[in-house]
Design a protein around this ligand. Structure first.
Ligand code: NAD
Length: 391
């Protein structure tokens, strides 16, 4: 891999959240360690301090760097010669803002989960703070870590599809098809609480991924949206199914579907981009393949690892074709990109390919603005076309 190691050591990572029984924190740890770009050295892993300390011990974290909460972590790390280089925020959505803001203001780089914040006001403040502080902030839009997604992006940018006409993107899930939030499932409980998840249910939780993926590959800029949100599970306070129509600048159209009640679908992220000259299709369950269908030509399957792929795809590839790579490698690619961007920033140089086209606070803000516009449209009479705030 073309990974710069000018610091001559892994970057030191701290983590907030991601403790015992949490989902995404463990994926972050695997991803951060996979290529040796980061070493986890500190954390406030749980909303309950004692559980967090127990978890830190199991993770082999030095006890003096296992903190009661994120404020104690900032205070403890700030004075150290070997202070963390960045913090990963793996907590529910409504806590991203205070935690990220405090770390940025204390001079730390931040890697934050999506959606960036639970409210648009918070996202605006945070993105401005990142710009003004000069700190780095990566946002883990997972699907933009896949090499074949980068290949698709490069093909669109090189004009292989011609002018884009329509983008179809979907993110269906099934795990919230019943009222599990009322039966003790903590992850579903905060995801269905507007104060914690934000105004968008499925659209904020997974629709934001689909929106980012569609824009990342197509390069299209959103103009307006109209949306139909539904809540199928009785008693649920937020949408669990979203159908969104998108109009992009220049006339292209989009169709986005996110669902938490789609039986038989487990993270079935799918993207199709149709241009005047060709179409591209990518499906997370076959992430090593990209299907290219040119006008009047033969449909081809482009495989990860092929020698003539773009640099953007090659630097995100570890194993030869046939040995599958997937979700964990895609996540690790984000971490490699974040590490490279952090190093390049501190060394005052341009990032190499792995650190380019990575999701940042700006993408996070656009994601929150999209969700806000979707909910505004869905809540208004006759679902008007809404223009997200200019970002
Ligand atoms: P979770 O409920 O499984 O875990 C949350 C963890 O945060 C728990 O360990 C909890 O104790 C801890 N926590 C809560 N408040 C805290 C605080 N103030 N200080 C310290 N720790 C605190 O949640 P999850 O499913 O892992 O989701 C966490 C975040 O990750 C959410 O923002 C979610 O949207 C995002 N997520 C992203 C992806 C992705 O593909 N990128 C996938 C799943 C979840």
């Amino acid at each position: 891999m073309t990974f710069q190691t000018a610091f001559n050591r892994p970057l030191r990572l701290g983590m907030v959240g991601g403790g015992e029984g949490a989902y995404i924190g463990n994926i972050h740890r695997i991803a951060a360690r996979q290529d040796g770009a980061f070493q986890l050295v500190a954390g406030a892993f749980d909303v309950t301090a004692e559980r967090g300390h127990r978890f830190a011990t199991r993770e082999g974290i030095n006890s003096e760097r296992s903190y009661d909460d994120y404020q104690a972590m900032i205070a403890g790390e700030t004075g150290r010669d070997d202070r963390i280089d960045a913090v990963a925020i793996c907590t529910p959505n409504h806590t991203h803002f205070p935690i990220a803001k405090a770390f940025l203001e204390a001079g730390f780089d931040v890697i934050c989960e999506k959606p960036l914040t639970a409210t648009l006001e918070d996202a605006v403040v945070l993105e401005r703070l990142v710009r003004e502080s000069g700190r780095f902030m990566g946002v883990t839009y997972t699907y933009s870590g896949y090499p074949m997604v980068h290949e698709a992006r490069e093909m669109v940018a090189a004009g292989k599809l011609g002018r884009i006409r329509t983008v179809q993107v979907e993110y269906p899930l099934e795990w919230m098809a019943t009222a599990i939030e009322q039966q003790g499932n903590a992850q579903a409980a905060w995801r269905t609480d507007p104060r914690k998840n934000g105004r968008g249910g499925s659209i904020g939780d997974i629709g934001t991924h689909a929106y980012h993926l569609a824009g990342f590959v197509s390069g299209l800029k959103l103009e307006t949206v109209t949306a139909d949100l539904a809540t199928f599970v009785e008693g649920r306070l937020l949408d669990d199914n979203a159908h969104v129509l998108l109009r992009y600048e220049g006339g292209a159209r989009g169709l986005l579907w996110s669902s938490q009640v789609a039986l038989g679908s487990s993270n079935g992220v799918r993207l199709r981009v149709f241009g005047e000259k060709a179409s591209l299709s990518w499906f997370q369950e076959q992430p090593n393949e990209l299907i290219h269908a040119p006008l009047f030509g033969r449909t081809e399957i482009i495989k990860r690892g092929a020698e003539d792929l773009s640099e953007a795809a090659r630097v995100r590839t570890r194993t030869p074709p046939g040995h599958p790579e997937g979700y964990l490698e895609a996540f690790a690619n984000l971490y490699l990109g974040f590490a490279e961007a952090i190093r390049a920033g501190r060394e005052g140089r341009e990032s190499t390919a792995i650190g380019r086209n990575i999701p940042t606070a700006y993408d996070g803000l656009k994601g929150v603005a999209f969700v806000e516009a979707v909910v505004d449209s869905a809540e208004a009479a006759d679902q008007p076309w809404i223009k997200p705030i200019a970002v």
